[in-house]
Design a protein around this ligand. Structure first.
Ligand code: UDP
Ligand code: MN
Length: 297
């Protein structure tokens, strides 16, 4: 499939010259139609990416919500594995959002890495906890998080890192290909289809189906993303609507309207339940099994 010269252009824009080798994976799509790189294992040089990021003295934020039973079940492993694999060698600030700050596990942090805990109110329904993240993130990005981080990743807690997730993933806006949906034609993707919803996409719209468990970018870009999604969620609620996949539906609408500058292959957030796939070389994040009976009411 595709190697495209504009991948090189976006590379230059990113200030990451020499990081990408899109031709290294001829069997997968390594560039979008709008010229953004889709990064697969082998298409980037992690050492150069780390060097370039180091020279820029970046601070990278990682936000995660752990509300209700998700805290005990997932947070420790998420953070401990992030210490092993997330942006090692860079300055990192974790932001944990929870209704019970005192219950956040003590995790030994490496040099240049900090953890901040922010209190949120616990919404009653799990769908509301998930959707409320957009509004909370928007506020945090406008506050201390936005002042201390250059780039931020926003992630689900029900997963853990299994391999290096480094600065090769950074760009102005970053979207994650959904592991279950990257092979489907777009008319088949689970976008919101109700035209009354702010998240609606028609059968002829949509580039990829993106996973809300991982998105990132610069503070300014994420302010725009979270503002857009918060507005859409509020508008839908006022009409008595709830998009099919909640905040993820609105995120997909946003990335249809405002194309991501970089796309992460499903290797970056993989579901082991899918089984073996030849194109998935080295998963970076692995989903936890969906034990909804244990964590949801
Ligand atoms: N979440 C939480 N408590 C809840 C529901 C959700 O902390 O009661 C957070 C948590 O970070 C979780 C994310 O919201 O990973 C999204 O929810 P979930 O992972 O259950 O959604 P799914 O991945 O199944 O779509
Ligand atoms: Mn999840």
């Amino acid at each position: 499939m595709g190697v495209c010269p504009s991948a090189i252009m976006s590379l230059l824009r990113d200030n990451f010259t020499g990081v990408l080798h899109p031709w290294a994976r001829p069997e997968v799509l390594t560039c979008t139609s709008w010229g953004a790189p889709i990064i697969w294992d082998g298409t980037f040089n992690p050492d150069i990416a780390q060097q370039v990021a180091g020279q820029q003295n970046l601070t990278i934020g990682l936000t995660v919500f752990a509300v209700g039973r998700y805290l005990e079940k997932y947070l420790a492993r998420f953070l401990e594995s992030a210490e092993q694999h997330f942006m090692v060698g860079q300055h990192v600030v974790y932001y944990v959002f929870t209704e019970r700050p005192a219950a956040v596990p003590q995790v030994a942090l490496g040099r240049g890495r900090r953890l901040r805990v922010e209190r949120v109110v616990q919404e009653r329904r799990w769908q509301d906890v998930s959707m409320a993240r957009m509004r909370t993130l928007h506020a945090a990005l406008g506050g201390r998080l936005g002042r201390e981080a250059h780039f931020v990743f926003c992630m689900d807690v029900d997963q853990h890192f299994s391999n290096a997730f480094g600065p090769e993933t950074l760009a102005d806006s970053v979207a994650q290909l959904h592991a279950w949906h990257y092979r489907w034609p777009r008319w088949f993707l689970p976008y919101e289809r109700d035209v009354r919803s702010a998240a609606a996409l028609s059968r002829s719209e949509g580039d990829f189906y993106y996973h809300a468990a991982v998105f990132g970018g610069s503070v300014a870009a994420l302010r725009r993303l979270t503002a857009h999604c918060t507005r859409g969620l509020q508008r839908d609620r006022a009409l008595g609507l709830e998009a099919r996949w909640h905040d993820e539906s609105h995120l997909n609408k946003f990335f249809w309207l405002h194309k991501p500058a970089k796309v992460l292959s499903p290797e970056f957030c993989w579901s082991p339940e899918i089984g073996w796939r030849p194109e998935v070389h080295r998963p970076r994040l692995l989903w936890a099994p969906k034990e909804y009976a244990l964590v949801r009411d």
